[in-house]
Design a protein around this ligand. Structure first.
Ligand SMILES: [Zn+2]
Length: 91
């Protein structure tokens, strides 16, 4: 997991649109968060942005982190590949 400064993270995740995806198939899946723990995706999970390539910016439910995740064709939640994987802590 690579942690980016806030400005760089926002630049990396520029564009996209407010989340419009149907998350029902992903409820109960877990993902690795920037805060260092693994969270389970549920109804209360806050998806902030929807980006191209099935990438999404997710708000950490416990801390002020943002994590960029990518949904694979197998419908698991994975951190994005090293070059685009991003996370940030608000200050
Ligand atoms: Zn977290």
């Amino acid at each position: 997991m690579k942690i980016y400064p806030f400005e760089e993270f926002m630049y990396e995740t520029l564009g996209g649109r407010p989340n419009q995806a149907d998350w029902t198939p992903y409820l109960g899946k877990s993902y690795e968060c920037a805060c260092g723990t693994t969270h389970t995706f549920d109804e209360s999970t806050e998806v902030l942005r929807e980006l191209s390539g099935m990438r999404f910016v997710i708000q950490c439910p416990q801390d002020s982190f943002l994590t960029l995740i990518k949904i694979t064709i197998f419908r698991t939640l994975n951190p994005c590949s090293e070059e685009s994987m991003s996370a940030i802590q608000f200050t």
